[in-house]
Design a protein around this ligand. Structure first.
Ligand SMILES: Cc1cc2nc3c(=O)[nH]c(=O)nc-3n(C[C@H](O)[C@H](O)[C@H](O)COP(=O)(O)OP(=O)(O)OC[C@H]3O[C@@H](n4cnc5c(N)ncnc54)[C@H](O)[C@@H]3O)c2cc1C
Length: 121
């Protein structure tokens, strides 16, 4: 681990039993861009600032209602996939219970950027 060219700490991360004897870290924005590029290459797209509100089965299709920045919009879809997180509205609308449990504690997460000054550098 280095900062501004100075070594801060050293950690061996090469487990003998793994064929991948290195650390690979990919920032989320890089992964997301790769996935988005591939989705668009295949003819799909992502609509941002849009939240799922409800869905009703209509024969082989699903009538979906979404909220786009305060505006209600409706469309028909072949299917709805509930990948909207732990408090999934899609899951709740389908009355599917949450499997697993929740931590009794509350956590908060934040990101910080620090300037580090090293003596003797
Ligand atoms: C601080 C923190 C650190 C973590 N670190 C790690 C880690 O190091 N390694 C690890 O494996 N896991 C980690 N996790 C857990 C990991 O982030 C989750 O398990 C994972 O993100 C779950 O993915 P998901 O796609 O199910 O849900 P999410 O990542 O929560 O994605 C759900 C998406 O649905 C969207 N959404 C929600 N409601 C609606 C709606 N009504 N309409 C439309 N969209 C909606 C949300 O905006 C979000 O984009 C961490 C979690 C936290 C909070």
């Amino acid at each position: 681990m280095t900062t501004h060219g100075h070594p801060l700490a050293h950690m061996k991360f090469a487990p003998e039993e793994s064929p991948c004897r290195f650390v690979a870290m990919v920032p989320q924005n890089v992964t997301e861009n790769l996935l988005l590029e591939e989705l668009r290459r295949k003819g799909g797209d992502v609509t941002y600032q849009t939240s799922f509100a409800s869905a009703e089965q209509d024969g082989d299709a699903v009538n979906v209602t979404v909220n786009r920045q305060g505006e209600v919009a409706r469309f028909s879809a072949a299917m709805v996939v509930g990948c909207d997180g732990a408090r999934s509205k899609v899951r709740q609308r389908l009355n599917i219970p949450l499997e697993g449990g929740e931590y009794p504690d509350s956590f908060s997460a934040s990101g910080h950027r620090h300037e580090v000054f090293l003596a003797g550098g």
